[in-house]
Design a protein around this ligand. Structure first.
Ligand code: FDA
Length: 303
């Protein structure tokens, strides 16, 4: 890691919020639903679809969780009204997981029912490891009641993921596979990037060979290349999987994959709670601060 990157990481906690906002704005569509709609429309004109995320997490108040449910209902109305090629992603702790698991499940079910009635789909994001068991339990209960209306996420960095992938493949689940953004202790997670890559390939193979619909969520071109090899060997039709990328990360790769005819879904977060999400993204890749500075002097950021 360069000195610049270490400096960015070390100073993030004391960096003024507006400055974090400046560097992070490429990752977030904006504060308002209209911003997310405009972003999804722009992505659609590039041949991409989207998953819309109302930013928010670690809710400790029931009313806040209920407000998040209402926000998602509004997003789903906007998807229908604007005929957007989009579904939604939500976080269990935004739906009240740390308050009470049953309350959280009820809230997620409300969003799923609303989405399903409008012909769309809800992805349950995966957060840090203390929430993994509860999230998978909620997913299994809800998908049993609403088949095809929801999917979950697996994180390749977790040592348990191969077993989880096996069990999800056996139900031909809809699974987003990512590396995992939360730093976890070594006893439960791999730490070396090359091992995480290898774990990703193993889980992806299990899922695809087992007939799961996989959202291949990565910007790591080596992994994209491995995934393309597997898709080719298995002879999968291009509606049997999709690639997924985050808004603001490697738009060129996004266009290459979409241009080659692969379904490409972009994660489009928006909302007033943009700060923790942006800090995570900046901590993950401080280089973006350098890109942001260059863009500041040159003109605008490509997203
Ligand atoms: P890697 O981190 O190696 O990145 C590969 C390349 O992509 C880098 O070299 C860099 O060029 C570029 N890049 C990556 N991150 C960047 C960034 N922040 N800014 C600029 N460039 C960047 N995690 C999780 O724990 N739970 C979840 O539910 C989700 N959901 C999710 C949805 C979608 C659609 C995606 C794409 C990712 C997630 N993630 C996630 C995040 C995921 O776990 C992981 O942290 C990131 O995708 C980065 O990992 P890569 O596989 O891209 O590899």
């Amino acid at each position: 890691m360069s000195l610049f990157d270490s400096l960015i990481r070390a100073t993030l906690p004391i960096t003024p919020k507006p400055m974090v906002g400046f560097f992070a704005r490429r990752y977030v569509a904006g504060a308002r639903l209209e911003d997310a709609i405009a972003t999804v429309q722009r992505l659609a004109s590039e041949g991409c679809c989207a998953t819309i995320d109302v930013l928010g997490e670690a809710v400790s108040d029931r009313e806040q969780a209920k407000a998040a449910v209402r926000d998602y209902h509004q997003v789903l109305d906007a998807i229908v009204a604007n005929k957007l090629p989009a579904n939604v992603s939500l976080k269990p702790t935004q739906m009240g997981l740390t308050i009470d698991a049953a309350f959280c499940q009820e809230n997620i079910e409300s969003v799923i029912t609303y989405a399903h009635a409008r012909g769309t789909f809800v992805r349950i994001d995966m957060e840090d490891s203390p929430t993994t068991d509860a999230t998978l339990k909620i997913y299994h209960e809800l998908v049993a009641r609403h088949p095809g209306a929801t999917g979950v996420v697996l994180q390749a960095r977790l040592r348990r993921t191969l077993a989880d992938a096996q069990s999800l493949a056996s139900t031909r689940a809809n699974v987003r596979l990512c590396k995992g953004i939360y730093l976890e202790p070594r006893d439960i997670a791999y730490e070396e990037p090359e091992i995480i890559r290898s774990a990703y390939v193993n889980a992806l193979r299990l899922l695809l060979e087992g007939g799961a619909y996989v959202g291949i969520a990565t910007h790591d071109e080596w992994l994209v290349c491995e995934a393309l090899g597997m898709i080719g060997r298995l002879g999968l039709a291009n509606d049997a999987y999709e690639f997924q990328m985050l808004l603001g990360v490697d738009p060129r790769l996004r266009r290459i994959l979409a241009g080659a005819g692969h379904r490409l879904r972009v994660y489009v977060p928006f909302g007033s709670h943009w700060y923790p999400y942006s800090v995570r993204r900046l901590r993950e890749n401080p280089t973006i601060a350098r890109v942001g500075l260059q863009a500041f002097f040159r003109g605008r950021l490509e997203s």
